[in-house]
Design a binder for this molecule. Structure first.
Ligand code: ZN
Ligand code: ZN
Length: 343
């Protein structure tokens, strides 16, 4: 098969690669679309230590089954599928309780670190265990389906957060995941969603995608404006979707007493915590990571149009052009959000 192989840091080659040999519980998926993730872009220069060459990256994919292993019963060639980016073990304490994102033995497709190497989906074919497969609704394109991992991160974050009818929600940081959180909140019935970002164009996109209010992060009257929109008390539930000291601070300062802060972003490994504010205002801090079983619901949300993902798809080039698109993303080219490679 043809595969886009990271040969050494920042050097790719599209080359012939052995088609994976199936284990009894695996299926072979003919990949039709696979998204380039920020973690791939950061990984390709060696800085994350999680893309040690040689590796076929790619964990946000969709395609159709071309072959099934001997022990596979409920899937057949031709089925249109997507799959979890994480291969969970299905047997550990966490998996047994449905917390598959916290699996003790989780392996991410397209990752090679000190512990393992698992080739991913920037290739014509990828082998995945049947337990991580999800069937695509008929009206969903492979491109839309390849966006489901990002959607699931947002939907899981919203699910982790206590919401009530009158909840005024705040989303700090409206990059792609933040914009998906905005949409997931609206899909969950939240009537008041305030978006905060430094960039005007992201805020207008937030409004287009369902935010009821948008405020620039450097607005001198930011906290007054948030309070004015929340009965004078502050936001009930806030989502931090950046992960920097300044945005964590803004988020904590913007919630009411007894409110919750859902921490999604994690650009920095460590930030200062205003301990006394959290304690004396009885704030709830909620961490959220990846997703745990939300894929079917997310596929329906995309198929029904309740969550718009096409807005984020910047380009769908063939696999052969992968290297140059990686470089453009690495350079931080303006206006590029999600690039989906089509093997
Ligand atoms: Zn990803
Ligand atoms: Zn497990």
């Amino acid at each position: 098969m043809k595969a886009l192989v990271l040969k050494e840091y920042r050097r790719f080659a599209v080359e012939d690669f052995a088609t994976p040999v199936l284990q009894p519980d695996e299926v072979l998926v003919r990949v039709r679309a696979c998204g380039i993730c920020g973690s791939d872009v950061h990984g390709m220069d060696g800085s994350s230590g999680r893309r040690i060459p040689p590796i076929i990256m790619g964990h946000e994919a969709a395609g159709e089954i071309s072959e099934v292993g001997g022990g596979v019963k409920n899937w057949k060639a031709g089925d249109r599928v997507t799959f979890d980016s994480t291969v969970y073990c299905g047997e550990c304490w966490f998996c047994q309780r449905g917390k598959i994102n916290l699996c003790d033995h989780r392996r991410v497709l397209g990752v090679s670190c000190g512990d393992y190497r698992r080739h991913g989906a920037f290739a014509e074919f990828v082998a995945v265990p049947q337990r991580i497969l999800y069937r695509l609704p008929d009206n969903l394109s492979f491109e839309q389906a390849a966006m489901v991992e990002a959607v699931s991160v947002a939907v899981h974050a919203v699910k982790r957060t206590p919401l009530a009818d009158e909840t005024v929600a705040l989303v700090v940081g409206t990059g792609m995941i933040g914009l998906l959180v905005v949409q997931a909140l609206r899909a969950a019935g939240c009537q008041h969603v305030i978006a905060i970002d430094l960039e005007e164009n992201k805020l207008s996109l937030a409004k287009k995608l369902g935010a009821t209010h948008a405020i620039k992060a450097d607005d001198a009257a930011l906290s007054e404006k948030i309070r004015a929109l929340s009965g004078g008390r502050g936001a009930d539930a806030a989502f931090e979707v950046v992960g920097l000291p300044a945005t964590v601070k803004t988020t904590i300062e913007s919630v009411r007493k007894g409110g919750s802060i859902t921490l999604v972003g994690n650009l920095k490994p460590q930030v200062d915590l205003p301990l006394q504010a959290v304690v004396t205002r009885e704030l709830t801090l909620i961490g959220t990571c990846a997703s745990a079983g939300e894929y079917p619901e997310c596929l329906k949300l995309i198929a029904s149009g309740k969550i718009n993902v096409t807005e984020f798809i910047s380009a769908t080039p063939p696999l052969a052009e992968g290297a140059q698109w990686f470089e453009r993303l690495y350079a931080g080219e303006k206006g590029l959000i999600k690039v989906l490679l089509k093997p």
